[in-house]
Design a protein around this ligand. Sequence first.
Ligand SMILES: *Cc1c(COP(=O)(O)O)cnc(C)c1O
Length: 454
Amino acid sequence: MDIEKKTYERPIIKPLNSGLMNKFGTRTEYAPKTHIDGVKVKDLIAEYGSPLFVMSERQIRENMQSAQRIFETRYPKVQFAWSYKTNYINAVCNVFHQEGSWGEVVSMFEYNKALKNGVPADKILFNGPDKTDDDLRTAVKNDSPIHIDHLDELYRLIEIADDMHKKPRVAIRVNMDTGIYPMWDRFGFNYENGEAWDAINKIMASGKLNLIGLHCHIGTYMLTPSAYGVAATKLSVLALNIKKRYDKIITYIDMGGGFASKNTLKGSYQLGTDAVPDIEEYAEQISSALLNAGFDTDELPYLYLETGRALVDSAGYLLGSVISNKRLSDGRRSTILDFGVNILFTAFWYDHKVSPAQEFSQYTEDTVLYGPLCMNIDVVRENVTLPPLNAGDHVVVHYVGAYNITQSMQFISLRPAVVMIDMKGVPHKIKSSETLEDVERNELLPSHLSTFEL
Ligand SMILES: *Cc1c(COP(=O)(O)O)cnc(C)c1O
């Protein structure tokens, strides 16, 4: 191991509050994060630049295998489908596919991405409210399960099926009261007011669609596992009644995603790592509800899961560097980092865990972390207790694997590269940093605007 020279830190005077739990958590939050999967943060930044997203292949596989084990020990027929919008870098998707996950998509763009990655079309679950006639035709031709969102889509699909002389494999998305408010009732057909039954009756009466599944996605970052028990029970009631009334066996119940990751929600007094339910608790609720619903053993439906953030958030890191420090007018320390909310979108909801990437002294100070964008909203952390960081020092933001890369926005600066560290500790670039050419690729300049004199 090489020994690094400690950098000078200017002395500061402040009351010491040693070892006590405070509302910002314990001191352990401020342990330095010098390596990711055995690779030095400093070396990663030197090689690939700053800021930089880093994905851990090992962590993805561990999360996936653990979730699979947890569900399979409780329920005999389980199938995961990777939620593309959560993180659709191909290398990330393919780790999930190698672990046995199908694909779950909410647009034709994502559908084509999954196809291109090699997911068999009949293993791509097609969700979302915005499927055009062309999209539906492609999915019907390919035999992909189509999860119908609303009545207009249902009618269009019946027409398309008729036209194509093919019986599409479909499920309906159902929304329902699970005791969690606000209810996510804008997607799918409502359970309580009878819309879901209405859709089922229309599908069965048409004779044109093959109803094979029932789907729900009750929310995201759901902190109440019992809500999943309620949802699984309600979908089971529908499935059992479809069997009773139409003698039609529903082959799968898809519980969607929404399990919370270990991030800390803004305003929460407990750290996410302490407050968030374990996957076991969600699995227990879902499996008990399905097993106790009253299915004949040989007609037990498959359990599909579209878990996104809970499987990938902890596998993603954002590395960055300190640009400068300032004192705010109220005396607080403010540190300007080289990444902003345009690439750390989830900073609007989470108090992200941020660690210095190098050893530091025991002194800490309340600090505001700003991004580099020329906008007031560019705040990475409004208040975090950190040791003094000097210009050029590096930081690591934890739990950023979900929804940051896919929701990142090209704004003011170019988006950074993404690296994946493989099982042997070797980094691979899985996405290059954006270039001026990338950003201007789709721009067109009318000829009368091509020149000017100043
Ligand atoms: C976004 C989404 C998911 C994944 O949700 P997470 O909260 O990331 O687990 C799954 N299914 C559908 C239909 C979605 O829209």
